[in-house]
Write a new protein. Structure first.
Length: 391
């Protein structure tokens, strides 16, 4: 178990013991994620290449007998929140508690907590920055899903965990996200990326031990907060779905670059740019995977990988229009500092960007980024394991 997961687990345990006055039955943890490449393709049934990161949300939990969920988070300002299981329904919560409540709702609806679940005390601690594009909500949901099914004595597979936690975020929290985040948190593997086909849910694991190749993945958190529920995320998704209907395909995943000329004759300018991003981003994912299949990133392969990352950012900025000034600033600064490639990661409209950097250039790149955006939070991440029971 990584130090990062243990640290979050220890913090969750301390909160639990302080607030609830006893030891938890168990502690479960789930990672945030960085999507290396493949942005806004998941809800278009396309391809993504995420990795779990060594930043975790942990939940310490114990069963209750009175049909109540009690929740407290180290990052919350509301103290202990009590939610009767009988009162759990979409729209009932409007803050962070909608995510764990939604997981309980989705699991109960699927029979995943039957027959004897009667409530729980839950205490959370997280090192995943909130609103940063690193899937803090999916980490919270997956950790909660494992905790509740663990308390109920009902084991759950990673696939079912991902499916039901995505359902919770879509239907309960009202965020129209695709499956990328939950699949990443549930299936992540140490020193590896996941090549996910979001239509079939086939997942291939590829080695991504950057440190062994003298590389680092630098996360550049602009600290510009975003919310998928309030941003242009839903609008982008609706535009893509309408474009797929116009192009007479079930999803934009079915189009290739060869279809773009035909699309230009049938779509308005904005829709065409959205389609072009999805089509070219799917192709970038496939090319990046092909590079990984040839071995560690080095020499010309490393240069090509960096170019794909930067090309992805350009497409997200210009065609999909989900970047922002601060993201563009840190990406440009990282490249000036000597990064092999850089791009925004996550849904956009703020949050984080990533840069693929040789370890011996890391300090110079970080200094250049800090000079360009003094308020940015910079840290490196490594690929870490998916959701699991700590003890």
């Amino acid at each position: 178990m990584s130090i990062a997961a243990q640290t979050s687990a220890d913090a969750a345990r301390k909160i639990f013991e302080s607030v609830y006055g006893g030891a938890p039955t168990g502690i479960w943890a789930a990672p945030g994620r960085v999507n290396v490449i493949g942005e806004h393709t998941d809800y278009n049934e396309g391809f993504v290449l995420p990795m779990g990161i060594d930043r975790y949300t942990a939940v310490a939990a114990a069963p209750r007998l009175d049909g109540v969920l009690r929740l407290i988070s180290s990052g919350g300002s509301t103290g202990v929140v009590e939610i009767p299981l009988a009162a759990i329904e979409p729209g009932a919560q409007q803050d962070w508690t909608a995510y764990p409540a939604g997981v309980a709702w989705a699991l109960s609806g699927a029979g995943a907590l039957a027959p004897g679940f009667t409530g729980a005390d839950l205490a959370y601690s997280s090192s995943v920055p909130v609103g940063s594009g690193l899937s803090s909500s999916a980490a919270l949901e997956c950790a909660t899903g494992l905790a509740l099914t663990g308390l109920a004595g009902q084991p759950i597979s990673p696939a079912e965990l991902a499916r039901l936690t995505q359902l919770a975020e879509n239907r309960y929290a009202g965020v129209p996200c695709g499956p990328l985040d939950q699949l990443s948190s549930a299936f992540a593997a140490a020193d590896a990326v996941l090549h996910i086909d979001t239509r079939s849910f086939d997942i291939a694991i590829h080695p991504f031990a950057l440190a062994e190749s003298g590389l680092a993945l630098l996360v550049m958190n602009t600290k510009v907060q975003h919310s998928h529920g309030e941003s242009g995320y839903a609008e982008r998704r609706a535009t893509c779905e309408a474009a797929a209907r116009t192009m007479e395909v079930s999803a934009l995943r079915d189009l290739t670059s060869a279809d773009l000329e035909r699309a230009a004759a049938k779509l308005d300018e904005v829709s065409l740019r959205r389609v072009r991003h999805v089509v070219t981003e799917n192709e970038r994912v496939s090319r990046f995977v092909s590079l990984l299949q040839l071995g560690p990133l080095e020499g010309p392969r490393l240069n090509s990988a960096g170019e794909l990352l930067t090309s992805s950012h350009t497409s997200l900025r210009d065609d999909y229009e989900v970047s922002c000034e601060e993201l563009d600033v840190v990406v440009d600064a990282a490249l000036r500092g000597g990064a092999h490639g850089a791009r925004m990661t996550g849904g956009g409209f703020g949050g984080c960007a990533i840069a693929l950097v040789s370890a011996d250039r890391l300090d110079r790149v970080a200094e250049t980024v800090s000079d360009a955006l003094p308020g940015a939070e910079l840290f490196t991440v490594a690929a870490d394991r998916g959701a699991f029971q700590v003890y």
